[in-house]
Design a protein around this ligand. Sequence first.
Ligand code: NOJ
Length: 567
Amino acid sequence: MDADGDRDEGRATDPARVLADGGQPEWYRDAVVYSLDVKTFQDSDGDGWGDFRGLIDRLDYLEELGVDCLWIRPFYPSPLRDNGYDVADYRDVDSRYGSLDAFDALVDAMDERGMRLITDLVLNHTSTEHEWFQRAREDPDSKYHDYYLWTSHLDDAYHTTNIFPEFEDGVWSYDEVADKHYFHQFYNHQPDLNVANPDVQEELFSIAEFWLERGVDGFRIDAAHPMVLPKGHNAHQMDDPQWLFRELKRRAREVKDDAVLLAEADDEPDKLDFYFAGGEAFDALFNFVGNSHVTYGVGVEDTWPLHRMFEQIPDAQPDGHVWWANFLRNHDEWNLLKLPHEALEHAREFFREGHGDGRDSWIFGRGHRLRLADLYDGDHDRIAMAHSLLLSLPGTPILFSGDEIGMHADLDLPERQAVRTPMRWDDDEPNAGFSSADPEDLVLPVDGTGWPGVFQADAASQRGVDGSLFERVADATDARAESPEVARGEFAVVDTGPKEVWAHRFDHDGTTLVVVHNFADDPREVTVDVDAAADLERVLGAADYRVGDGDVTVALDGCDYLWLRDE
Ligand code: NOJ
């Protein structure tokens, strides 16, 4: 986007773009983000593990889909007991995915295409295999001992619920070498860092600087909420926990003046403002309230959850500091805790798969380890409509790798691995084109079956095929790219009448964008109040419409959608 709000030539965000008035970087507000795991995206050397070279080879695909920015999950050396969120060395690349040189090559290749790169920073905890922890346990007098939180008096220590309750009894585990218990909010192999310790803080800031200097454009800060919760024997909390994030931002911006911080902060809606710190901390927050409500609403053909979501979350305004990273699914369980209790109970059974056969999709007492295609019974029309909705919501859309072709979960795999199987490029190739390795050597099995009777998707059969899910998602990313109103306009919900039809509008710079989505399986005709000229521009969707006096009537098929612009 240039200073006049006109879209630049080409699909990708211009990395050289000047900062907007007030010095706030805006590139992330216009971006379409795609999240992926390097190890399951594309293997280039036949060892069964996806790697950076493989990802570089697939950038064409991502550009074709209309992606401007990648968020890649942790790629650091790790024992991989939590998918890489158990970091053993923050300043290197796991050799199974390549090397620092290969990482640099990715940065260069993305730069050439004007694509941005966000990486995951896990600052709440390390792996027990991290050198800091090894030194901490071996020597109570070493400075590393105070990088973590210990107790010798478990009975008097602070106890709270572990975030993985199915696997961990609590937040303390005994370490034989230290002869003490250490504090961990996640798995026992992920000891919490003592983030109140200034030495730890300095380490964390300098890790961020290291990667920014290597060319990344920002970070997804993992577990931002647990970072600032009470920790350790005395349930210690920093006097000014927000400072940690403000300072991280300040340090990051010193290296790169448009670096972006994105928080994974699944906190209560009325606490979310804390993470923005009036614009001085996070630039965007994952919209967890939106994730449960939107994906649920589309699945149960009802718009009440969207109304509730907008009532709960702070308003994203074009010139304000509140900004959402919206998503339909991610690489974790589909967490339903933000739904009202009754809806959570309903969603638990309504979407449940594998119940009774030992492959239950319900996990951690709060969500389903299922992909969007499972939640929507493999219905590509519904998945396409959900993506159109996602791309039209106020905030930055984040696509989850594989959902754009309708990949299914594999419930034979343990825990959240069900939704993390390798990308299915081409059914006609070994391992669906992900790798030439022996299937036994693959990082995770390529799932070929899907649910009984359900089509398991690949990319090859959809690319360039009119009306395929891939092409429909790509059309929706195009629509987003051609609609500066979404990131820049004033948002308002529009009343439609039927409970299955959702409409909203953005007003920006003399234009109005109206988008209408039908969550129902069968047709709906709605009349929405918009003062529109007779010759509206059709931005996306094929539905018929007619302009009346102060309103527009839209005839939508089941799972249909329409974006219209009035200039
Ligand atoms: C959130 C990540 O998304 C999840 O995959 C991970 O297990 C936890 N944080 C712990 O790092």
